[in-house]
Ligand binder design. Sequence first.
Ligand code: TXE
Length: 487
Amino acid sequence: MSLSAPSEESTQPTIQRELTAEEAALLELVQAPEGEGRAILDAATREVLGRAPVQTVADLEDAIARAKAAQPAWDALGHERRSEVLLAAADAIDANAEALARILSREQGKPLNGPNARFELGACSAWLRSAATTVLEPEVLVDDEQTHAELHYRALGVVAAIGPWNWPLMIAIWQIAPSLRMGNTVVIKPSEYTPLSVLAMISVMNEVLPPDVLIGISGDREVGARLASHPDVDKVMFTGSTATGRKIIESSAGNIARLTLELGGNDAGVVLPSADPQAIAQDLFWGAFINTGQTCAALKRLYVHESIYDDVIEALKSVAEQTPMGEGLDEANVLGPLQNKQQFDIVNRLVEDAKAHGARIVTGGAPAPELGELFYPITLVADVSDGTAIVDEEQFGPVLPVIKYSDVDEAVARANRLEVGLGGSVWGDPQEARAVAARIQSGTVWINSHGGLHPAVPFGGVKNSGYGLEFGVAGLKAVAATQVISG
Ligand code: TXE
């Protein structure tokens, strides 16, 4: 089989912005030989960054067989030794963090600075260290004169990790780290949009991991489908679209693979009348626009009480105007382009549709070709209502609809009316906000912030946002087989 290229094609034959020696060395380790592979573009400049290997279903079969063969010895190492190896892998990531951040910045588009590429590498190290040191003890279930029953957590076998293009390295680590910690081996297929940065990080980790414990496979959705449905795969960790999540659920009927599905959402924020618009503006802004809005648990619909509606919009506009967007390698920028043309077209379509339905564009509202082909400015859409596409569909980009409400019960009902529930937030007096938070249908509700994650705090969605928890002890349980020892 062959790998179908993403909808965009290279228009520039060579990279014009020079790679550092460290970046070039890492890319050389993972990319296809000269003249082979598929061109991967720098998201900001649209120059060719490198060549992704084009791996087939036959390569995948070989990878799964090797991962399966390596698993018993990795499991037999025991928790203490595996923990040491994973901490050494985190050290290796730290030692290569700047080069990896630069490759990530080029390939994904996110700037080096702000909560972006360097931040993502820091998170990779932190989450890997947390998984390496979190302990999952056996539980004594019953201990009386007749029975002693314990619940143990064992390795499952081979874990398939399938990831997206928005936080490609961090999400890869979220899938890899707990899986390896519990004694599983991992075959990971990065998104076809961002394979090079993920393969580079895997190659850095493989400097210290035993052979075949972690195998990267660079392939398209056909390879992803075969990986998820493979009879020798015991667990699938997937982050991506709801449509693909449904296909993976269907294929799990065949291999009975356990699933952790993080399928994005359309997170609502509710700003109560007690909120101070100036005080919350920065956090609201980054809650919505972290990674230029391309974040699963970003604020995607903002419901603001009518008494402070205009003030919140003004405060957000002012932050938007002071926040620089541009090429990621420029140290001044903290917002970047959309990663790919498909997402750029979604954002453009949703804004055009909002305008056609009479919405007011407060700032932005049209592409910014002067910055580059895939740049879209921060766009605030006001005087918009539920039922329009910009509110009801996940924009996954630098656009935020701000919706006016007059009654808190009504705002809660509107926040809950969609079939997704990853995150949510409530802004205002903390006590009042907590009471409202309990009524929001989402896996996490933040108070006076949105989207902050911690490696020890479980994260996962409800409704169509998927199921299964990641991080912390709950995350280790999700990649383990339970065994009761009773006697
Ligand atoms: O996702 P896909 P895409 C949303 C966002 C975006 C949309 C599509 O709204 O516009 O999803 O993005 C692999 N079996 N999110 O096209 O297609 C595929 O190769 C197994 C939200 O990137 O779901 C890639 O590695 N795997 C999301 C991965 O699945 C398959 C983050 C994701 O691709 C497969 C990104 C199959 N049948 C986009 N088909 C979030 N949760 O944050 C594809 N793949």
